[in-house]
Design a protein around this ligand. Structure first.
Ligand SMILES: Cc1cc2nc3c(=O)[nH]c(=O)nc-3n(C[C@H](O)[C@H](O)[C@H](O)COP(=O)(O)OP(=O)(O)OC[C@H]3O[C@@H](n4cnc5c(N)ncnc54)[C@H](O)[C@@H]3O)c2cc1C
Ligand code: FES
Length: 266
């Protein structure tokens, strides 16, 4: 891990969906699934991004163009330089041969794809419930179905691919049929993860949940990413946390705070 940005050169750039672009660059520090980095564009700002893959030499990040920083990042070309620091944060964990439900939404599919590819090496079996508003927005839909021992279960709000509705509903159907899971991992919109947290608790299934808050330093100094009313820094104690901890975070699923600490309701 390093706390000062290292300059890296973009090796490849792939347009994945109308909103998301994936970048690859060599980086000297190795990462585990669930960790994130801070990406620096000199003269603009720094922003946290999940590590979508680490192949032992290079990192991959998948960036949704939602605001000034991410739109500028999306315009960077192969050969352009970025500043990178990290990796930071906690990791997804599993035991060999576990049956795992993964619930992903938005760019949350990226760290879960990374986790799936590692967990499969330990003999795990995965049901991958992938939610998006429509078929075009199913990020990594060309990669996840190729994973071995993985049932790929897409769900779209408009019914253009897979289950017509939310991925949490598709998961609930499997639970109702009596499919038993040892572990649930989730990363995506917080309203989705709140349902996952509640269902996992009801069914007595261990769950690991990625709680993202507005981050500045990324390593526990600025305090911007603390949550009510535990007061823990999500950059250090998370983003991946056990459901037991997440259920003590009163703001989880209700609100989050911005760069100056103002509350925003979900
Ligand atoms: C741990 C972590 C991992 C992330 N991984 C990814 C990823 O893999 N791919 C991806 O596309 N996005 C990821 N994000 C979100 C990404 O950091 C924001 O979308 C980005 O910072 C938006 O910046 P902007 O200037 O483009 O947009 P803005 O208009 O500044 O912000 C748009 C929204 O993004 C959020 N945001 C802005 N700045 C931050 C910040 N410093 N920390 C957290 N949220 C912020 C706010 O909710 C804001 O409303 C991650 C966020 C966190 C905390
Ligand atoms: S981002 Fe600064 S303490 Fe977490």
């Amino acid at each position: 891990m390093n706390n000062f940005p290292l300059s890296v050169r973009i090796k490849s750039k792939v347009k994945e969906t109308p909103l998301v672009t994936t970048f690859t660059f060599d980086y000297p520090h190795r990462a585990e699934p669930g960790q994130f980095i801070n990406v620096w564009l000199p003269g603009v700002n720094e922003r946290p991004m999940s590590i979508a893959f680490d192949d032992g030499k290079a990192y991959t990040i998948s960036v949704a163009a939602v605001g000034e920083f991410t739109k500028l990042l999306g315009k960077k070309k192969v050969g352009d330089m970025l500043g990178i620091r990290g990796p930071y944060g906690q990791v997804f964990t599993w035991k060999p041969k576990q049956r795992i439900a993964m619930l992903a939404g938005g760019y949350g599919v990226a760290p879960l794809y990374f986790a799936a590819s590692r967990a499969l090496k330990d003999g795990c079996k995965i049901d991958f419930f992938h939610g998006a508003r429509s078929k075009d927005h199913l990020l990594f839909a060309q990669h996840v179905p190729k994973l071995k021992n993985t049932r790929y279960l897409p769900a779209t709000d408009d019914g253009s691919a897979g289950f017509h509705g939310y991925n949490v509903q598709a998961w609930q159907e499997e639970l109702s049929k009596g499919v038993a899971y040892d572990l649930v991992m989730t990363c995506g919109p917080e309203v989705m993860m709140k349902v996952v947290s509640d269902r996992a608790f009801e069914y007595g299934i261990d769950a690991q949940i990625s709680v993202e808050r507005y981050m500045k330093c990324g390593f526990g100094v600025c305090g911007n990413c603390t949550v009510d009313d535990l007061g823990i820094t999500t950059c250090q104690k998370g983003t991946v946390m056990p459901n037991e901890t997440v259920r003590k975070i009163k703001e989880f699923g209700k609100y989050h705070r911005d760069a100056v600490g103002r509350k925003h309701l979900y």
